[in-house]
Write a protein that binds this ligand. Structure first.
Ligand SMILES: [Zn+2]
Length: 303
């Protein structure tokens, strides 16, 4: 077992970085967890992590095979991403029902960071033609097997051909992982068919739940969550890429989770809470819908 698997400390060099939204270097500290700092950009109000790994190192070091079956999911990755496949599918079905009135009629959909393709499988059943992009080698392999090689590409937006257009481009839990979110949104704008829309889901650092938990908030995972948006910064990022927002809010961001996930994450809030909840697992491991309203989902169309 590598040192990182034991402690989840970074093994690639970290570099100080400017604000990933506006490039500004004026900032004030929100809090420090060495070697990481969580900063508030005083120009655009984005909360971001610095120092961080270089772009190439991120893919090799953070999104390797252990990301999806992470020994330390509270700090990085998922405990058992593939084992939770049915919960993930049901989560997407539920979100789509909630957002249906804002989405285009079934056509072509591109899911950026499609992981194992769970969302795309749900969309295919709903009549959409599907395409996925997945930079993690491990998950690209799984998506490739499930969806077919012609429907998933290994990489990010740079894999798209000029003139390739989609009716819907989705970023589920992706923007916060990207070293340059504005660039990805601008690329999405250039690959949208007339009347097409983008859908973005990311966490809300200004939500009451995030404020209540402070630095114990579960979305502070410094190796992978490089930027933390709120309503204002997400709106600015989306509009800055040439979109007009049709809806944005926390209502349809909930997830189906299992009790053991809740118990494990509760340790981040308080070890006492974890100890109080853990005995419930003796009764089984039921799944239930959970929405702490600390994420935002936005649908936007081209201006
Ligand atoms: Zn900024």
């Amino acid at each position: 077992m590598s040192v990182r698997q034991l402690s989840d400390s970074p093994s690639a060099p970290l570099r100080d970085t400017a604000c990933p939204m506006c490039g500004g270097t004026q900032r004030r500290s929100r809090f420090q967890e060495p070697p990481f700092g969580v900063w508030l950009c005083t120009s655009c109000d984005l909360t971001y992590v610095s120092p961080r790994m270089a772009d190439d190192d991120l893919l090799q070091e953070v999104y390797d095979a252990t990301y999806w079956t992470s020994p330390t999911p509270r700090l990085r990755g998922y405990r058992d991403y593939l084992g939770d496949g049915e919960l993930i599918a049901e989560t997407f079905r539920r979100r789509l029902r909630g957002l249906a009135q804002h989405l285009p009629q079934p056509g072509t959909v591109l899911d950026v960071g499609c992981a194992a393709g769970g969302f795309l499988q749900v969309m295919e059943k709903a009549g959409w033609q599907i395409q996925g992009l997945e930079p993690s080698e491990t998950m690209h392999r799984v998506a490739n097997e499930r969806l077919g090689p012609e429907r998933v590409r290994a990489g990010g937006m740079e894999c798209l051909k000029e003139g390739e257009l989609f009716d819907l481009i989705t970023f589920w839990d992706v923007l916060e992982h990207l070293p340059q979110p504005p660039e990805a949104l601008a690329q999405a704008a250039s690959h949208l068919a007339p009347g097409g829309k983008i859908l973005v889901l990311t966490q809300n650092v200004a939500s009451p739940f995030a404020r209540l938990l402070g630095r114990r908030w579960q979305h502070y995972k410094h190796l992978e969550h490089l930027a933390h948006f709120h309503r204002g910064t997400l709106k600015a990022a989306i509009e800055g890429a040439g979109f007009s927002i049709e809806t944005m809010g926390p209502r349809h961001t909930g997830k189906l989770i299992r009790l053991d996930f809740l118990v494990e994450r509760s340790a981040r809030i308080s070890p006492l809470l974890e100890r109080a909840l853990r005995p419930l697992l003796r009764l089984g491991n039921p799944s239930f819908y959970c929405n702490p309203m600390d994420e935002l989902v936005a649908v936007a169309s081209r201006c």
